[in-house]
Write a protein that binds this ligand. Structure first.
Ligand code: FES
Ligand code: FES
Length: 200
């Protein structure tokens, strides 16, 4: 029997659960020195969300999820609502470079953080990200509904150093479901992009 501790040997079940539930990043964000939102008499809160490099002042119900703030208030509809309960990964975005499930993250919790959505992944000149190109080159999608979340998660997966093998990619992408079962091509795309991201 291995005596290696779970923490040293890879992700613990708790860490995987927290990551899948979008909980790993949220408390850290809440504890950061983020400016407190201004609360109105109506109960609505004034917040400023930095999304794809731009500040957006918003007045929100404090219960508004980051996903709804992006889609309904900022009209950034690239992040998809699949399940709205943390099970499919279609809503994955980056908060300060970490992947989070935006359907389980309150918008007010990310004030002061940098949010990146699929719309902000391309370079400043509009050049697609190597991961986007790899999904195109490898036909890593069919209907495409899961694809923005897959790509955001895949970029983070490579940056985390969790794309070393097919098995590792499958494990660390397991929070992103694809009803079209494009999984083999998604893995191929991540392996292609991994090389370019590591060189770039
Ligand atoms: S919509 Fe967020 S995990 Fe499914
Ligand atoms: S490409 Fe259709 S759900 Fe993934």
């Amino acid at each position: 029997m291995s005596t290696t501790s779970p923490a040293a040997d890879g992700p613990t079940r708790r860490r995987l659960f927290e990551a899948a539930a979008g909980l790993a990043a949220a408390p850290a964000i809440a504890q950061a020195a983020a400016p407190a939102p201004t609360v109105r008499k109506s109960g609505a809160v004034d917040v400023v969300l930095n999304v794809n490099g731009q500040d957006h002042p918003l007045t929100l119900d404090p219960r508004t999820t980051l996903l709804d703030a992006l889609r309904e208030h900022l009209h950034l509809t690239g992040s998809k609502k699949g399940c709205d309960q943390g099970q499919c990964g279609a809503c994955t975005v980056h908060v300060d470079g970490e992947r989070v499930l935006s359907c389980l993250t309150l918008a007010v919790a990310v004030q002061g953080a940098k949010v990146t959505t699929i719309e902000g992944l391309a370079g400043p000149n509009g050049a697609v990200h190597p991961m986007q190109q790899a999904f195109i080159d490898n036909d890593g999608f069919q209907c495409g509904y899961c694809t923005p979340g897959q790509i955001m998660s895949a970029v983070a997966c490579v940056k985390e150093g969790h794309a070393g093998s097919d098995g590792e990619i499958a494990e660390y992408m397991s929070g992103n479901l694809c009803r079209c079962a494009a999984y083999p091509k998604i893995v191929a795309a991540i392996k292609q992009a991994r090389g370019k991201m590591e060189r770039g």
